[in-house]
Design a protein around this ligand. Structure first.
Ligand SMILES: [Zn+2]
Length: 362
């Protein structure tokens, strides 16, 4: 979809009979931009949000879709994930479609509240304004005919109010951005609500905010359909998941991880190195050396792939188990045949865990 955008810009001009240049505002800027049109298959639903508004008890629901590495919302949102009217006191939450011609010119300055374009006072050369307009166009898409705009990833934050001892309180809330005044340990991703509640409980107990216990979450409900799009992760949760105690390797193996080697480093170094990877680091016996470095067994999540069945030779999907040759597993139809032929956990030792290494849900 094409939209023509009219804009103002400034130019440095030397008027006739003058020697010094000065800034002149021109109002005849014009540029065509392309607004991406997508189908709902191209931009699948990543997060389904629902709830009731805090102030008026109105039910709401909307979907955040995923396309081009970003989340897209069909409605104007408050930072707590509730739809918010675009004009004060009204329920016009849906984004309006971009018109064929959008006039940004507001008395020599480019400004448009309805479509969220804001520029600065002072010098705005044509090339800079055009670049801003192209970036602006990338923040809008149309999915199945419905205008969408880029949405920040919702996250949970543990907040405290007042002096403690029920003077204020402790709560788990939603926010759309990080606030640099709040420490990162207080933020939790959409997949970490349990951990957020546990952390808030600990804080409330320490502050003696007893009226907030047991801790509950009352905000917008988020169903994550595409867990891979969630990027906000709590550093403490991440650390506790990444580093595993000595002796837990068999447990991790049954969860789909496979020992691939050892790594040495301080916890900080390793946390940074493996931040975005699905791995587990199992502590070796003994403490750190004099530089604070530990040795860990590196266990990597095995991908689901095409395997051959070790029982019938058929083709199946599964994860590699360390007691099977590479590329070999167990097919779903052989599970019930093979299982009674093993005793005392021998079946698990041979083929791994059901649902993880074989008989994987589609
Ligand atoms: Zn088989």
């Amino acid at each position: 979809m094409k939209t023509r955008i009219l804009f103002s810009f400034t130019e440095s001009v030397i008027p006739p009979r003058c020697r010094k240049s000065r800034l002149v505002t021109r109002n005849d800027g014009e540029v065509d931009v392309e607004i991406t049109e997508l189908s709902s298959e191209q931009a699948p639903v990543a997060i389904r949000a629902s709830g009731t508004t805090l102030t008026r008890d109105l039910a709401f629901a909307y979907d955040l879709r995923w396309w081009g590495g970003q989340l897209w919302t069909p409605v104007s949102l408050d930072s707590n994930g509730e739809p918010r009217g675009r004009t004060s006191g009204q329920d016009n939450c849906d984004w309006p479609a971009l018109p064929e011609v959008l006039d940004l010119r507001q008395g020599g300055r480019n400004q448009c509240y309805t479509y969220e374009f804001y520029s600065t006072f002072g010098s705005n050369p044509r090339e800079e304004v055009e670049a801003e307009i192209q970036a602006f166009a990338k923040r809008h898409v149309v999915i199945d005919g419905i205008p969408h705009r880029v949405a920040p990833e919702p996250r949970y934050v543990v907040m405290t109010f007042g002096l403690g001892s029920n003077h204020g309180g402790t709560a788990v809330m939603v926010d759309s951005h990080f606030n640099s005044n709040i420490r990162t340990e207080s933020y939790f991703g959409l997949l970490e609500l349990e951990a957020a509640l546990a952390y808030a409980t600990k804080i409330a107990e320490e502050r003696r905010d007893t009226k907030n216990l047991p801790m509950q979450y009352h905000g917008t409900k988020f169903d994550v359909l595409m867990p891979e799009v969630v990027t906000v992760r709590n550093p403490l949760v991440q650390k506790s998941q990444l580093f595993c105690e000595f002796g837990t390797a068999p447990e991790q193996a049954l969860a789909g991880y496979r020992l691939t080697g050892t790594v040495v480093g301080t916890e900080e170094e390793l946390l940074q190195r493996y931040e975005s990877k699905d791995v587990r680091l199992v502590r070796s016996p003994g403490g750190p050396d004099e530089d604070g470095k530990h040795q860990f067994g590196l266990m990597v999540m095995q991908p689901v792939r095409q395997m051959r069945c070790a029982c019938c030779g058929g083709s199946t999907r599964g994860r590699q188990w360390h007691n099977q040759d590479t590329g070999w597993g167990l097919c779903t139809s052989c599970v019930d045949y093979c299982k009674p032929r093993f005793q005392n956990g021998e079946f698990e030792r041979t083929y791994g865990a059901r649902g993880v290494h074989f008989d994987i849900p589609a």
